[in-house]
Design a protein around this ligand. Structure first.
Ligand SMILES: [Zn+2]
Length: 79
C-alpha cells in the first residue's frame, strides 16, 4: 500500500500500486518497461508514476541494456 495525493478526492489516499509491463518497439526490436500505476481506492482514478520524459528515457535505457547504444547521429540527423 502506498500513500499518494489524489487530485479528484483532494486529499491523501492509500491505495495499491501495480506494475504493468508495457511493450515498446524501437527500431524493430521489442523492449519491455515496467510502468507503475497507482489507483485511488475512492474514485478509481489511475495515476502513472512517470512523466512522459522520464518514461521515454527509461524506454531507451531498457533498449540500450538489451541491444546496445542507440546511435545519436541516426536520431538527430545531420550532426
Ligand atoms: Zn481519488
Amino acid at each position: 500500500m502506498e500513500k499518494m495525493y489524489c487530485f479528484y478526492c483532494d486529499k491523501e489516499v492509500t491505495g495499491n500500486v501495480r506494475v504493468e509491463k508495457t511493450k515498446y518497439t524501437i527500431k524493430g526490436k521489442d523492449v519491455y518497461v515496467d510502468d507503475y500505476v497507482f489507483t485511488c481506492p475512492y474514485c478509481k482514478t489511475e495515476y502513472d508514476f512517470e512523466s512522459l520524459d522520464e518514461g521515454l528515457s527509461k524506454i531507451y535505457g531498457a533498449y540500450e541494456k538489451l541491444y546496445g547504444q542507440i546511435s545519436k547521429k541516426q536520431s538527430t540527423g545531420n550532426i
